[in-house]
Structures are given as C-alpha cells and as structure tokens.
Design a protein around this ligand. Structure first.
Ligand SMILES: *[C@@H]1O[C@H](CO)[C@@H](O)[C@H](O)[C@H]1NC(C)=O
Length: 216
C-alpha cells in the first residue's frame, strides 16, 4: 500500500454533515483502508448518501464493497480534465497518426478561433458530442448520444477504446441521467471551482505535506 494520509472534515450543509477527505495516495488499497477507517467514525447503520470522488472510476467503484448503499459520483471537473487530456494524447489526424495537440490548439477549438475541421468531425465536435453524452437527462438519451458518438468518431479508435474501458462500465458515476437522482443540495458541481472544495480546504488545519514529513 502506498503511504498516505487523509484528513476528514465535517461540514454542516443544510443540516447534513458533509465529510471531506484529502489524501496523498491514489491506489485502490489505500482507498480501501480509508473507507475502513471512516467506518470507525460513523454509526454502522448510517452510510453516506453520496460519495463524490476525483479518482479513477474503477477505484471508486470499489467503495461499494464497504458502502453498498452509497451512491458514487465522479467530480465533473476532473472528468472533463481527463477527457481533454485523453483527446490531446489520443486524437488521430485524418492520416490516422496520433497527434499531440498543443494547449493553444485546444484553447482555439474551445474558444472563438475560426473553425475549419471542427464543426462536425473534429476535436471540438467530439467534445460537444461527449458533453451531450455526459449531460444526457435520461438513460435512453445517454445511450443514443453514446451510440452516435461512436458512429461519428469511429476513426478515433484509441479514444473510443479509452472511454469504453475507463468510463463506460461506471456510467452511473458520471452520466447526468443517473447522478441527477442522487442527493445534490442543488449544487451543480461541488468540486473544485464551485467554491465548495476550496471552502472545505480552508478547514484543514494541518497540511498533508507536514504530516508526511512527520512520518518520514
Ligand atoms: C438535483 O436533484 C434534483 C432532485 O432529484 C434533480 O431534479 C436535479 O436535476 C439534480 N441536480 C443535478 C445537478 O443533478
């Protein structure tokens, strides 16, 4: 198991306690350990309603073992960041070669720069299609959007493979059609720029690096 620490902070949000854990390790066994320690704090019959995580969905899926009644939700900002990274690394040009996209190119495609290839099949089109998949309001619309994305971007084999392996099996963690059924206090995205996380951080008294220093 990787060395790691977590700090737990309880915050009162509309009478509900919100616990925030910041950790320094991201491997599966560490999270297993974290969830077990967390179980020592809570009454056995009470499980968190929702767990929002920013780790690999495959790892957070493991939380179900210990907390079968809790809903697990991916932080949408972290998801978006990871998709941008994947597009950057795995996008194939028309010639079928993987091209590394420069940050500036990506910014251009996201912003106002004139678009040539982007309306339909380009990277921007892909990101739009992906957004429709993530924010599909019903399961049927999600399935439809995902199918269209695969047809429209069939040439992007690496990228599609990545999505299929990393995210598809864990769709209940990130497709709006599922997550909008979870308790959300009407907070659209609780992490990280939504202010919630930075607020939570300000409650942490000791910084994790200091704790690590102590342990070493
Ligand atoms: C929050 O929950 C309500 C009630 O289930 C739902 O109508 C709304 O769409 C949810 N919001 C988000 C951002 O998921």
């Amino acid at each position: 198991m990787g060395k790691g620490f977590f700090q737990l902070v309880l915050i009162n949000v509309t009478q509900q306690a919100v616990a925030v854990a910041v950790t320094t390790s991201e491997d599966a066994s560490f999270y297993g350990w974290l969830i077990e320690r967390f179980s020592e704090f809570r009454a056995p019959e009470r499980q968190p309603t929702v767990i929002i995580s920013n780790i690999n969905p495959d790892v957070s899926d493991g939380f179900k073992q210990h907390l079968p009644d809790s809903k697990i939700q991916l932080c949408i900002s972290h998801l978006s960041k990871d998709i941008l990274r994947a597009v950057k690394e795995l996008w194939k040009s028309a010639k079928g070669k993987g091209v590394l996209m420069k940050q500036t190119d990506l910014a251009k495609e996201e912003g106002t720069a004139p678009r040539q290839e982007n309306q339909g099949g380009g990277r921007n089109g892909f990101l739009m299609a992906w957004k429709c998949t993530v924010f599909a309001p019903s399961v049927a619309e999600f399935e439809d959007a995902w199918e269209h994305l695969q047809i429209d971007f069939a040439a992007q084999t690496g990228l599609l493979e990545y999505l299929k392996e990393t995210y598809l099996p864990f769709r209940e963690q990130w497709v709006r059609a599922y997550t909008n059924k979870y308790r959300n206090f009407t907070v659209d995205n609780p992490t990280p720029k939504g202010g919630f996380q930075s607020k939570a951080r300000s409650y942490f008294q000791t910084t994790v690096p200091n704790l690590l220093h102590l342990a070493n």
